[in-house]
Design a protein around this ligand. Structure first.
Ligand code: SF4
Ligand code: SF4
Length: 458
């Protein structure tokens, strides 16, 4: 009920603001009109904040905040990290390239000065590394400046923004990070990466200095994180050596209280003979675990989706999979990229794809190939006519890195057999679940409260 009330107040404030301005301008009191409109707009900000607090499970209902509607702008604040994960695609991590305040401010000024080029109704200010929280002082300063500037300019994003972090969780409980969280709580999304059981996590996520696993340093912060973000989800990345641990890992994450597990196979060509069959077997065991223990009622795992494994219409379902080109990333040197995956530190084979810099701005010509991308234009005949194409993802950066020439129009299909295995396991999962629900007369109830995690691949 409270939520509805708050929504009403928001709508009233939004409706009243332009009327007040129109009424006062002819009276020659433009400054007063603007001030009144700004005060009303502040009400909207406060009410939105309340709404997010009170609708505690909004993430459960909507997946990633404003997914597909928001502009995603990423600050690569550092290329350093405490860990040296074995599967990390960031091949050029280093301790030297840390963003300065001067570069961050120039990037923000450029972006906010070009409001007309970025008309998305919301914005996600994303911070990555390396490990972003290594640069918490800079991040705090950036966020303060963004809030002040969006307000001062009356920018259309000033009441519709998020600060988003994907962290290894190691210094989550530090005083500085906690102070930052308290200050920005209403506009924050934070995901902690934990890969599953201790064995699975420590297989890959090891300390740079010692080579030891980081599980214990991360898991101790999970209760605090879930207290602050009860609907926090985690991302798990699977490569060849991880396959045997999938079932135990997902169930372990559920047992820690994490309700959303976003899990993906890496796009790189790492898969060995027989990996697909092992993967299918693990997913079927996981399906049994989820269904037999009743986890399907309140927990979700992105591997299981009713929307995958169907043919796609070449005209109506022809979107590009990812947001590269519609997103924007900036690094410590002040260089703009179509996505972080096109920065040199994440490319193995190819040269960096820059689209501008904080001094000269964005060269729109360099973005053109991205804006024309769709599924058909980069897919082989086999993919175009594939019977199980839906949900078969790709990463534009990996496509570019893996292609024979310097093109983004050649889809990498290293994931093909893993996707097909996932489809087979999904058929098993949904058949088993619906049979059980029908037998128990629970199908209708389940459909009403169904919870699904949208597959996020980066
Ligand atoms: S990569 Fe394989 S599974 Fe995916 S669409 Fe192409 S043929 Fe189908
Ligand atoms: S899928 Fe790859 S290219 Fe696309 S937005 Fe994610 S990291 Fe960037």
């Amino acid at each position: 009920m409270k939520v509805e009330k708050n929504l009403d107040v928001t709508l009233v404030a939004m409706a009243v603001a332009p009327v007040v301005v129109v009424a006062l301008v002819p009276l020659g009191v433009l400054a007063v009109a603007q001030a009144v409109a700004q005060e009303l707009a502040k009400v909207v900000v406060v009410v939105h904040a309340l709404m997010e607090v009170e609708v505690g499970n909004i993430k459960l209902l909507t997946g990633t905040w404003q997914s597909g509607i928001a502009k995603n702008i990423t600050f690569i604040v550092t290329k350093d990290c405490q860990l040296a994960c074995r599967y990390c695609y960031l091949v050029g991590k280093n301790e030297k390239e840390r963003m300065s305040w001067d570069v961050a401010k120039k990037a923000i000024d450029y972006i906010l000065d070009h409001e007309n080029d970025m008309r998305e109704e919301s914005v996600v200010w994303d911070f990555i590394g390396g490990e972003p929280f290594l640069e918490i002082d800079l991040i705090d300063r950036i966020c303060d400046y963004l809030k002040t500037e969006m307000y001062r300019r009356n920018h259309h994003w000033f009441n519709s923004y998020r600060f988003s972090f994907s962290t290894n969780g190691i210094n989550y409980d530090s005083e500085k990070v906690q102070r930052f969280i308290r200050k920005n709580k209403e506009h924050l999304s934070i995901g902690i990466t934990i890969d599953g059981t201790e064995v699975k996590h420590d297989l890959n996520r090891i300390y740079k200095e010692t080579g030891k696993g980081s599980y214990k340093s991360v898991v101790r912060n999970i209760p605090l994180w879930l207290k602050q973000f009860p609907n926090g989800g985690t991302k798990v990345t699977i490569s060849s050596a991880d396959i045997p641990y999938i079932k135990d890992s997902v169930l372990h994450l559920y047992s820690l209280g994490i309700h959303e597990v976003n899990i993906n196979c890496v796009f790189e060509n790492v898969w060995k003979e027989g990996d697909d069959l092992l993967f299918q077997e693990q997913l079927m065991l996981l399906a049994d675990g989820i269904i037999d223990k009743g986890y399907y009622k309140n927990y979700a795992c992105s591997f299981f989706s009713e929307n995958i494994g169907k043919p796609l219409d070449p005209v109506l379902e022809n979107n590009n999979w990812c947001g590269a080109g519609r997103m924007l990333a900036v690094d410590a040197n002040g260089i703009f990229y179509p996505c972080t995956r096109f920065a040199q530190y994440s490319l193995r084979e190819k040269k960096v794809w820059m689209i501008g810099n904080v001094n000269e701005g964005i060269d729109k010509n360099k973005l053109r190939p991205f804006l024309a991308l769709d599924r058909i234009s980069q897919s082989s005949e086999e993919c175009k006519s594939c019977e199980v194409a839906s949900g078969c993802a790709w990463c534009q950066g990996e496509n570019y890195d893996a292609a024979e020439t310097s093109t983004i129009y050649q889809r990498s299909t290293a994931i093909c057999k893993m996707h097909k295995a996932r489809v087979r396991a999904n058929n098993y999962y949904w058949n088993k679940l619906y049979r059980k629900l029908e037998l128990e007369g629970q199908r209708e109830e389940y459909e009403k409260n169904k919870k699904e995690v949208k597959q996020e691949i980066c």
